[in-house]
Design a protein. Structure first.
Length: 223
């Protein structure tokens, strides 16, 4: 996650979907691990928020993020949508370091069922070499161990020149090699997929049904 990405079209999808998911599951907390990295000199993050047809309140929320470039505004998401869950930014001041990756995946609250959203620049670690733009499968395992049985982890996954359904199948294979008891679901749009991972087969079954309902309103595909 970079400040320059705040309020773009991927943000519209990101906040609309995770607000919907947390609310529909009846969970009390949306816990966000931003996995911050410094801005760069690219044009990434300049797409308009309404490129994804999110709810009007989400579009306005993204316009505010775009103007202010302030991550603390993210905490206002449930207030903007009228949702009853609480939103927590987990260690938002910490930037991901090549040499110290452990700090962001420890100390996650486990006092209630929650959606934990991981927002790396690129997504899950690739086949050969990972860097600060990725989250590792072993880190997913560490975080799953800290949260309740019904809680889930959602991971931002950017398109990496392989069809999302094929990429999801490989992600599932690699994740199950580390966490054999995990369950997965996927939802994608344009160049962005969210991979949802959980311990409870029942909760993940509910999420697949919620994703199906979401796909009836939005131009997304589900896995």
């Amino acid at each position: 996650m970079k400040l320059q990405y705040l309020g773009d079209s991927k943000d519209s999808f990101k906040w609309d979907y995770h607000d919907y998911l947390t609310n529909a599951l009846g969970f009390k907390l949306l816990n966000i691990l931003l996995m911050m990295t410094p801005d760069d000199n690219t044009n990434e993050g300049k797409t308009k928020p309404d490129w994804f047809p999110a709810r009007n309140e989400i579009i306005q929320f993204c316009h505010e993020l775009r103007v202010e470039r302030d991550i603390s505004i993210i905490k206002l998401l449930p207030l903007k949508t009228g949702a009853s869950y609480k939103l927590n930014l987990h260690k938002p001041e910490n930037y991901i370091s090549e040499t110290d990756r452990n700090s962001f995946c420890y100390g996650i609250s486990n006092h209630c069922d929650q959606v934990v959203f991981l927002d790396p620049d690129n997504g899950l670690e690739p086949e050969r070499k990972y860097n600060k733009k990725h989250v590792r499968y072993s880190e997913i395992s560490t975080m799953l161990d800290q949260i309740s049985h019904n809680s889930v982890i959602s991971v931002f996954q950017h398109f990496r020149r392989i069809k999302f359904k094929d990429d999801f199948a490989r992600i599932k294979e690699r994740l199950l090699a580390v966490i054999p008891s995990a369950h997965l679901a996927g939802i994608f749009w344009h160049q962005l997929m969210f991979v949802v991972i959980g311990k409870s087969e029942r909760t993940m079954g509910n999420i697949r049904q919620l994703n199906k309902a979401y796909a009836e309103t939005y131009p997304i595909e589900i896995i």
